[in-house]
Structure formats: structure tokens, C-alpha cells
Ligand binder design. Structure first.
Ligand code: HSE
Length: 382
């Protein structure tokens, strides 16, 4: 099957290189911006791809919602299978693209959009057929994991580790999506949609690592904790899904502490299977490209969809799950958070909250920040 590629950035180059030697697949044209057609295989018009009868599948690795969405619709309507690594696209337009692909009888697969090389969505799609998935989530952002790991093990500063993550090709073009937790949130939206047929849109909560300081990291370390950015999904007792991202503190020895550098750790709990954990590189050229190739090879074996036919958009409900939280805030605001214990040093207070729902803690932090308080919070892990 001849494969055209949309985009020739970090992942696009990897996909193209891997296609050269892939079994059953061959390289087709690569869409680049006008003026960048410096090689015969590069084209700048989508028509050159949609009108080429030899192209059987298109891999979109450009990122962003537009023009990726318009291109996806044109490719699918032209009868080409569509594979993407673009989580922003699938989180925003996945239900629509699933419907369009089914109408046009072409594949719509996006394994690379969640977990990089880690085959998380594929395994969820298999598990939902034979088991009830109770919860899912994990460490699904390579950039922030790389940053938190380097801050802890190498004692580096936030700005330096972010620059390194960008240089290594882990971060998004605009790394705000990574450090704010938005990138991880989009991934859990996809995982919820694969597992439960509900793509959560409203009520989502994301707390990233933008507020963390080297002093916070040193404080956790001195008390035997490691901080990771964790994303959580799952089904609530009322049938709704939860979807949120927040830093979590794990005691040494927890499996999350051994997730280093750009690695991801995806997990789910099946009612009968129990907990399943998958680890691997979640970001970077070849790990991500390998997932795109996995989908393309899957098409050769007859794989077509990750979302079920009736997958729909839904609201997230993050009021059910509760945690105790570590909260660092100005001492003057400490009484705003119901606490189990608190340590004040000068103008800074570090406290452990009473059990609060995820929704309550995120709302409390928002309220405090609106009053001008600098706040960092992290859930205390199991
Ligand atoms: N920026 C993303 C990450 C890339 O760091 O995980 C892979 O999705």
C-alpha cells in the first residue's frame, strides 16, 4: 500500500524513513508548505495526493486542528485510509471523523496520538470487547516527565529542562500544551472515548507543572516523594466518565517513580484482568513514527477503527474521585484550604489537605490564584 504523509517535521521525517523499509508499505508523496518542495517526493498541493489512485492511505503528522481537519475530510472523502498522530485533531473532531470514515468505508486510526510508542489505545480497544474497564490513565506526556525527572535527579531548573525537552523533539511546537497538562488531557479524552464510547468535552480539568519550583522538588525529595504529572480517566458510578490531569506525589518504590526521561506509563484496570501496565517512550521522532507505522500495518491486516460506531461527545464528571493534596501557598492564604497538617516557613506554607474531590481542589486553586496567590498542588498518590 502506498502511503502519503502530511507534514515533514519531527515525526514526518521518521514516518518517511520508516516507510522506506516497511513490510507491505511504500512511500508516496509528502505534503509540505509551498516553497519547501526541494525533493521530487515533496508536494505542496493536497490534490496531488487525493487524486493519486496509487495512494491507499494518508498519514497526517502536521499537528493542530486546521488545516489538518479540512485535509482529513478531503482525504477520507477521496477514499483513502486516514492515520494520524494528532491528538488535538482527534480530541476536537474525532467523533465527526469516525462517522465520516465509516461512511466512506476507510480506516481511521490514531494510535500515535496517545502514548507515542506505547500501544495503549490498541489494548484498550481489545480489552473493552471482553472485560469492563474500571479506570485508566498514567503518565502520558513525555516532555513533563523528562522535565520532572531531570529536576529531581539532576537538580536542574525548570527553564533549562524545558529547553532540553524542546531540543530533543519531545515538546509540542508550543510547549504550553505540554506544561499546562493540555496535551495529556487530550490523550485521556481519546482513551476514555476508546474505552467507553464517550469523548469527554466539558468539565475537563488540567493542572500542569507550570507552578512547580526547584524548592518544591527538593521538598518532596527530602520526604521520599517523587512528583509525576498523572492523567486519569475512567467510569464513575453514574455512568459518566472522569478526565483530569494533575501532578501526583508518589512514595519511593511506586512504579511511577521508575518512569524516567521521556518515558510514558499507561495503565488500565479491567474488572477481570486487574491492573495492566504498559511502558515505553511516549515522545520523540522514532517512537511516535513507530506507532504510525503500527496503524498502517494494521490496515493491511484489516484494522479499521478505534472508536466504536456510536462513540459520542459527553461531559466529564470529576466530582466523584477524592484525594488528599499537598498544597504550597502563601501563608496568608493557608486557612482557605481544609488541612490535616501544615508547615509554615516565613511567608510560605506547605500543607496536606483533608480529602477533597478533584473538582473541589482545582476550583480552590483557581479561586486562590484569582486573589493573587501563587499556588502549587499535587495529589498524594496511592
Ligand atoms: N509533546 C508530546 C509529549 C509528544 O511530550 O508527550 C507526544 O505526544
Amino acid at each position: 500500500m502506498k502511503v502519503a504523509v502530511l507534514g515533514y517535521g519531527t515525526v514526518g521525517v521518521g514516518v518517511y524513513e520508516m516507510l522506506v523499509s516497511a513490510k507491505g508499505l511504500e512511500c508516496g508523496p509528502v505534503l509540505v508548505r509551498p516553497g519547501k518542495e526541494d525533493k521530487a517526493f515533496k508536494v505542496s498541493s493536497l490534490d496531488a495526493i487525493t487524486s493519486d489512485p496509487e495512494v491507499g492511505a494518508v498519514a497526517e503528522v502536521m499537528g493542530g486542528i486546521e488545516p489538518a481537519f479540512s485535509y482529513a475530510c478531503q482525504v477520507i472523502k477521496a477514499g483513502k485510509h486516514f492515520v494520524t498522530s494528532n491528538k488535538a485533531l482527534v480530541a476536537a473532531k474525532g467523533v465527526e471523523l469516525n462517522r465520516l470514515a465509516r461512511e466512506n468505508k476507510v480506516a481511521f486510526l490514531f494510535s500515535a496520538a496517545c502514548g507515542g510508542a506505547v500501544p495503549f489505545l490498541h489494548n484498550l480497544a481489545l480489552a473493552r470487547e471482553s472485560d469492563e474497564i474500571l479506570s485508566l490513565g498514567g503518565i502520558l506526556n513525555g516532555t513533563t516527565n523528562y522535565m520532572l525527572d531531570a529536576m529531581q535527579r539532576l537538580g536542574l531548573d525548570y527553564g533549562d529542562v524545558l529547553a532540553d525537552a524542546q531540543r530533543l523533539g519531545y515538546a509540542e511546537a508550543d510547549p504550553t500544551a505540554d506544561v499546562s497538562g493540555m496535551d495529556a488531557l487530550r490523550k485521556i479524552m481519546l482513551a476514555d472515548a476508546v474505552a467507553y464510547g464517550k469523548l469527554p468535552k466539558d468539565g475537563l480539568l488540567n493542572e500542569g507543572i507550570e507552578s512547580i519550583t526547584a524548592a518544591d522538588v527538593a521538598h518532596f525529595q527530602s520526604r521520599g516523594y517523587t512528583c509525576r504529572l498523572l492523567v486519569s480517566g475512567g467510569k464513575n458510578s453514574d455512568g459518566s466518565v472522569c478526565a483530569y490531569v494533575e501532578p501526583v506525589l508518589f512514595r519511593s518504590g511506586a512504579p511511577e517513580c521508575s518512569v524516567l526521561e521521556n518515558y510514558n506509563m499507561a495503565k488500565y484496570e479491567g474488572k477481570n484482568s486487574g491492573r495492566i501496565v504498559l511502558m515505553g517512550q511516549g515522545a520523540g521522532r522514532y517512537p511516535t513514527a513507530s506507532a504510525v507505522l503500527r496503524d498502517l500495518s494494521g490496515i493491511l491486516r484489516g484494522e479499521r477503527y478505534m472508536f466504536e460506531e456510536d462513540c459520542e461527545e459527553a461531559a466529564a464528571n470529576n466530582a466523584e474521585i477524592q484525594h488528599c493534596y499537598y498544597v504550597r501557598l502563601p501563608a496568608a492564604f493557608a486557612s482557605s484550604v481544609p488541612s490535616e497538617s501544615a508547615e509554615t516557613s516565613g511567608e510560605v506554607c506547605r500543607l496536606i489537605s483533608k480529602a477533597l474531590s478533584v473538582k473541589e481542589m482545582h476550583a480552590l486553586a483557581k479561586e486562590l490564584r484569582e486573589k493573587g496567590a501563587k499556588v502549587f498542588f499535587a495529589a498524594i498518590g496511592e
